[in-house]
Design a protein around this ligand. Structure first.
Ligand SMILES: Cc1cc2nc3c(=O)[nH]c(=O)nc-3n(C[C@H](O)[C@H](O)[C@H](O)COP(=O)(O)O)c2cc1C
Length: 307
């Protein structure tokens, strides 16, 4: 996938298991081809008080408030992994280009495969979508990060905008090596016994199968415009979901909420994908990426001789 090598196209999504590196390593051992860390900022953050998670039909709503140990402490956690060649993406956030650059400066001496810039958290003021919905600021952030590292840089986009392509364009024009689509969908639920919002923060971000069609549309739309690697993310829990994202144009998919139960699904989904490709007569995943954009779908992918 571009300059990033993955053993398989399934990647653990950022943050779902908190900020411990242990879960990232466990996912890799359990069959994930790559794994993204919790988003790391310059300073340590405690996050919001409980409740930060609420279950709803088809998913969960979270507003954790980006709790993380801060760049310096996280850099110390990453240091022992040098030489291990693990497919870890480090997710970072900040309020402006200077803060992003400072985080990169702290983390960059460590060994990991790429950055993922979280420009899309829907529930923390001053970072996330407030940065990620401003194409000019996106451009400044990506340029600043690129000037501080040789590592590939993925930009994680928000579905909560009608400027998806414009924002992605700003990122790609400024040197982004890839895109991740998408972060959570801004949402809320209300506790009918107290009559109050269920989360301490009021609103949060919806994840899980409820957002899959939205994420799929974002990936499809991005693939119409861009050639860079795309990681699809949103409610993937079966091989069928993963295949849909590949057909829409994703080179890899990230799994978040579904992995809260267990990491066993990585192997099952990988087997399902291999079996599907075999049954359809394709030798590689590459052949079907973006096939839904062809007039006759897979039939055209096959005709192009790319099996
Ligand atoms: C509890 C929780 C914490 C999350 N933390 C982060 C985070 O720190 N950074 C980030 O970019 N995305 C974060 N996300 C979003 C996920 O990485 C992912 O984009 C989203 O959940 C959609 O994928 P899914 O439906 O497979 O979970 C978080 C999601 C959840 C549920």
């Amino acid at each position: 996938m571009g300059r990033v090598e993955l053993a398989n196209p399934l990647v653990l999504a950022s943050g779902v298991h908190g900020s411990s590196l242990g879960k990232v390593l466990e996912a890799l051992k359990s069959g994930a081809g790559g794994a993204v860390t919790k988003s790391i900022g310059l300073q340590p953050r405690e996050g919001y008080k409980e409740p930060t998670l609420a279950e709803v039909e088809g998913g969960i709503i979270n507003a954790a408030g980006l709790p993380n140990p801060g760049a310096e402490a996280f850099s110390a956690e990453l240091a022992p992994l040098r030489g291990k060649k693990l497919s870890i993406f480090v997710s970072i956030f900040g309020g402006d280009e200077r803060e992003f650059a400072a985080v990169v400066k702290e983390l960059d001496p460590n060994e990991f495969v790429a950055y993922e810039l979280n420009l899309s958290c829907p529930h923390v003021a001053g970072v996330g979508t407030e940065v990620g919905h401003d194409p000019e600021l996106v451009s400044k952030v990506v340029s600043a990060v690129k000037s501080k590292t040789e590592k590939p840089v993925f930009v994680k986009l928000s579905p909560n905008t009608d400027k998806l392509v414009e924002i992605a364009q700003a990122a790609v024009d400024s040197g982004a090596d890839g895109l991740t689509a998408v972060n959570t969908v801004r949402a809320m639920t209300i506790d009918i016994s107290s009559g109050k919002p269920a989360l301490s923060n009021g609103y949060g971000g919806l994840s899980g199968s409820a957002i899959t069609p939205i994420a799929l549309r974002c990936v499809y739309e991005l693939r119409e415009w861009f050639d860079v690697p795309i990681m699809g993310c949103g409610g993937v829990s079966t091989w069928e979901h993963a295949v849909r994202f590949f057909l829409a144009g994703a080179d890899a998919v990230q799994l978040g909420t579904a992995t809260m139960r267990s990491f066993a699904m990585f192997n099952d989904i990988n087997l399902g994908i291999v079996d599907y490709l075999e049954k359809k007569g394709f030798k590689s995943l590459r052949s079907i990426v973006g096939a839904a954009h062809h007039k006759r779908g897979l039939a055209d992918a096959a005709r192009e001789g790319t099996q």
